[in-house]
Design a protein around this ligand. Structure first.
Ligand code: SAM
Length: 294
């Protein structure tokens, strides 16, 4: 983790009131609609996201457009993907006259990101791809996994998430805070913190505080492994029962049994009684490569 910043406006209170321009909105809890109302944080995200004239910015969940305008002012082209039909027309009105903005109605988990990226980058002669969003918290992990594993050409991902999820994402593998998501993030990206965001910065205020992290995608994955998907299956199995020893948790994988796992752990020189959260990414890669040969 690099740079630790606390928002300049961290202590500003909004007393749960909708800010100017949000009056007609009835935020949907089910869609994770907590709208940003803190100008300082909005600027910090736009500024820290790498949005620039040569960049395609993909915004996830533009909502009422709080981030959309400052991002579009900086970006070469901005494609914003919003699932909620009732927000599409207001977003189009809000960005009317900005000819570098495209509002796409759809589910970020279902849209073809490769197609969006390839077409917009070539059509507008852009050089980098920046994904930005104040994420709907109910699908933070699947969104990040989709961005890391299936979308090609992304340079950075700057996203707001619940603080506890951010702690896992930014954790060093092999430390107490690490979780299953820590390993694919560390494999693909370098993480830095843009800002801590207290709950008062949203309307309506959620029950939790948030953090904005930036994931810069590495040119090469952090470790060598024969099959990254298989390695992440091992990580998932390890963390699915994180209190259990590796010997027990990994034997629950399809096609594995205790004998195979025990032999592999011995060959990898990893103590069978260790738990997943104590393993580095390199150690998971070693176990996975040995198991693939077994
Ligand atoms: N960007 C706005 C802001 O900062 O004020 C809104 C952020 S709000 C936390 C999350 C937004 O994501 C909402 O507008 C919600 O409708 C949208 N959303 C929820 N699920 C989505 C999905 N699967 N695909 C795209 N957008 C989604």
């Amino acid at each position: 983790m690099s740079s630790k910043k606390q928002s300049k406006n961290a202590n500003r209170k909004h007393h749960g009131r909708a800010p100017h321009g949000y009056g007609g909105l009835r935020p949907s809890k089910g869609l994770g609609q907590n709208f940003l109302i803190d100008e300082g944080i909005i600027e910090e995200i736009a500024e820290g996201s790498g949005a620039a004239e040569d960049a395609l910015v993909i915004e996830i969940g533009p909502g009422a457009g709080a981030l959309t305008i400052p991002l579009a002012e900086r970006a070469g082209y901005l494609a914003a993907v919003e699932i909620d039909e009732k927000l599409i027309e207001p977003l189009r009105v809000k960005t009317f006259g900005m000819d570098n903005v495209e509002i796409i109605q759809g589910d970020i988990l279902a849209v073809d990101l490769d197609e969006i990226i390839e077409n917009r980058v070539s059509e507008h002669g852009l050089k980098s791809v920046r994904v930005v969003g104040n994420l709907p918290y109910y699908i933070t992990t699947p969104i990040i996994m989709k961005l890391l594993e299936t979308a090609h050409g992304i340079d950075s991902i700057t996203v707001m998430m619940q603080k506890e999820v951010g702690d896992r994402i930014a954790a060093e593998p092999g430390t107490r805070l690490s979780g299953a998501i820590t390993y694919p993030v560390c494999y693909h990206a370098k993480v830095s913190k843009i800002a801590d965001v207290p709950r008062e910065c949203f309307y309506p205020a959620p029950k939790v505080d948030s953090v904005v992290l930036r994931l810069d995608i590495l040119d090469e994955p952090a470790v060598n492994t024969k099959d990254a998907d298989f390695m992440f299956k091992c990580v998932k199995a390890g963390f699915s029962q994180r209190r259990k020893t590796l010997l027990n948790s990994l034997s629950s994988m399809e096609g594995m049994d205790k004998e195979k796992i025990s032999t592999a752990l011995d060959r990898a020189e990893i103590d069978q009684s260790r738990r997943a959260e104590t393993l580095t990414l390199k150690e998971f890669a070693k176990i996975a490569d040995i198991l693939l040969e077994a």
